[in-house]
Write a protein that binds this ligand. Sequence first.
Ligand SMILES: Cc1cc2nc3c(=O)[nH]c(=O)nc-3n(C[C@H](O)[C@H](O)[C@H](O)COP(=O)(O)OP(=O)(O)OC[C@H]3O[C@@H](n4cnc5c(N)ncnc54)[C@H](O)[C@@H]3O)c2cc1C
Ligand SMILES: *[C@@H]1O[C@H](CO)[C@@H](O)[C@H](O)[C@H]1NC(C)=O
Ligand SMILES: *[C@@H]1O[C@H](CO)[C@@H](O)[C@H](O)[C@H]1NC(C)=O
Ligand SMILES: *[C@@H]1O[C@H](CO)[C@@H](O)[C@H](O)[C@H]1NC(C)=O
Ligand SMILES: *[C@@H]1O[C@H](CO)[C@@H](O)[C@H](O)[C@H]1NC(C)=O
Length: 411
Amino acid sequence: MGSTSSIQFCRRNNKTFLRIFMILVLSCIPGLTNLCSNPSVTTPTDLLPSNPSDTLSSLDSLDLEGYISFNDVNNASKDFGNRYQLPPLAILHPRSVSDISTMMRHIVGSTSNLTVAARGHGHSLQGQALAHQGVVINMESLTSPGMKIHKGKQPYVDVSGGELWINILRETLNYGLSPKSWTDYLHLTVGGTLSNAGISGQAFKHGPQINNVYQLEIVTGKGEVVTCSEKRNSELFHSVLGGLGQFGIITRARISLGPAPHMVKWIRALYSDFSAFSRDQEHLISKKNAFDYVEGFVIINRTDILKNWRSSFTPNDSTKANQFKSDGKTLYCLEVVKYFNSEQANTINQEIKKLLSELSYIPSTLFSSEVPYIEFLDRVHNAETKLRAKGRITWCGQMLVRGEINRDIMS
Ligand SMILES: Cc1cc2nc3c(=O)[nH]c(=O)nc-3n(C[C@H](O)[C@H](O)[C@H](O)COP(=O)(O)OP(=O)(O)OC[C@H]3O[C@@H](n4cnc5c(N)ncnc54)[C@H](O)[C@@H]3O)c2cc1C
Ligand SMILES: *[C@@H]1O[C@H](CO)[C@@H](O)[C@H](O)[C@H]1NC(C)=O
Ligand SMILES: *[C@@H]1O[C@H](CO)[C@@H](O)[C@H](O)[C@H]1NC(C)=O
Ligand SMILES: *[C@@H]1O[C@H](CO)[C@@H](O)[C@H](O)[C@H]1NC(C)=O
Ligand SMILES: *[C@@H]1O[C@H](CO)[C@@H](O)[C@H](O)[C@H]1NC(C)=O
């Protein structure tokens, strides 16, 4: 399948996740300038398949419900990293699981050495979702059959591997339910994030997204359609989850759901001392019934950071917040969220006050906000939309959005 980088995530220790996540977030920031200022594209030197015209005609003769495109392959020749330009020979737009199975059987049975890669929303960075001179399977075409929500004691939703998480959120909210574990950005596919880990500020509590899957339907490298779970074909199940697309193609996933809150209290506060910051984070993720989301990010020499926050957050102490100087400092921002429903509106502030009293952030930098659950979860996209409207998205798009949000332009 596509080329890979081998990031391994430990699946058990939630604290480790938070640390890894922090490292990922932190490591993104110095890289930002480099990536943005140096958009060099690697030119491939790989050999082409020996007889492409035979390969093309054999692909063209497949009996499919969807279709294959050979011309318009540009969209599948790059990913979000934009560092590799590796055009495929063809893109499969599958309409059914059997289309994917047909393709895999064809490839494994031929002598052409074609590579194949599933492509979700193409937000990975290292050419993982690319198949140079091979076949890219455009998973977003595979939306049928639609989502099926099962209520009951252990609610879940059955979704296509090409479904976007934002659509799952919207649909499950109609039933008062929601997946439990998220990524920061929701316009990604189920197959794409389950091939990695799917980490955001809920991972300390529920594990990453790959810990919240009951069952998968996989098309294997030989084209077999296999259902797997913790109990059934468990080796395949555990290989595919976090498998970087190398162990089969996720065509359906059964994702665990929980009750969805109506609202969230969204809180930010700054630290100048990293040990105090990480100590507080560890305290919060170790404590029962504390916050529902814990993240953090680093802010380097940013003037007027708190002034920028004011467009979306309210300072606890406006006067002191005005006097705080962020210029020239490296600061660590704790970001926490507590979910609540309208009947808890009276008690939630007391609970939060108690939790905050155990922390040692800089008092004048405490900001909070109250927003609907969906608005909080879809925050990166909302910010992206605003930045796009201002023409402030460059080719490194989300990378910049993340940077901007963290520095915070959310007006
Ligand atoms: C700026 C930025 C911020 C990010 N923030 C986060 C974050 O907060 N948390 C987090 O967890 N991740 C984050 N990511 C990583 C992101 O979640 C992964 O790159 C994810 O794979 C993207 O999903 P996608 O649908 O775009 O997948 P793609 O990029 O299309 O595919 C990713 C990999 O999965 C494989 N794949 C895709 N679909 C399937 C399928 N159906 N079956 C099997 N394999 C498949 C592909 O072949 C490829 O190897 C971030 C990425 C960027 C660029
Ligand atoms: C390629 O991407 C562009 C922009 O997202 C889109 O308008 C176009 O329809 C895509 N082409 C194909 C063949 O998917
Ligand atoms: C496929 O790879 C094998 C082993 O590397 C090689 O012997 C064969 O010639 C290749 N076939 C084609 C059609 O490129
Ligand atoms: C908010 O500000 C007030 C007034 O400065 C202060 O008394 C209170 O302790 C602050 N609340 C928190 C949770 O820090
Ligand atoms: C912070 O940035 C300002 C300009 O934005 C610069 O003049 C100053 O030297 C920087 N300070 C540090 C400590 O990097």
